[in-house]
Design a protein around this ligand. Sequence first.
Ligand code: 5GP
Length: 225
Amino acid sequence: MSKAPSLSKAASLSKADSMTTVFIISAPSGSGKSTLVSELMKRIPDLNFSVSYTTRPPRGQERDGNEYHFISRAEFEERLAKDEFLESAEVFGNYYGTHRSELDKVGAAGADLVLDIDVQGARQLKGRIAHAVSIFILPPSRQVLEERLRSRSQDSEAVIERRLKEAAEEIRNYSQYDYVLVNRDVQASTDTLVSIVRSVRSRRDRMEQQIGPILETFEDGRNKS
Ligand code: 5GP
């Protein structure tokens, strides 16, 4: 499923420059990732959520263009052939992909981009945007994950078993991430996510634009004395 970007299109990746950051967040299903991502978005301004394309049908209250762009497999394959996706993967039998235009949201008014994507997509994106910051959310244990999946009462027994098996596979990829967060408690985990975003925003390379004018005020002072 993955496809390397053509050279001409690779140029658009430079939009994700050092003044803004692409945050990649991955977790096994049932780890509480959606809740944490939405709490993070509420707590930190200037974060844009990347709305992926998927061939899976909408669930519950999901609306087209909000959580996902819901499209057919034929349309997905057509867009893939046209090299429209920055990364793509097949997860639980459905296609998912991040459209290149999502990068246009990066840098708009200094905003950072948050992507909720799986481990395959994270690997592809890290290969293309080296300074993207990746965060892996871990459940405290298999038992807790199982309890959470059961309490959602959203899935059949067979689906729960499959998700647990897939979780065990996904968790093995934690070492490809920059940060790992153990989600024991929504409040504490949201605090940690907020701290990660804030600390990345204070990195020297990101601060250069603000530092320059501050240093200039000192230059002015020296000229006066
Ligand atoms: P769900 O169908 O439960 O919303 O998502 C299933 C999995 O697909 C999750 O692990 C989610 O992170 C992942 N996913 C969602 N959008 C994308 C995408 O654009 N690319 C990739 N690679 N994975 C995605």
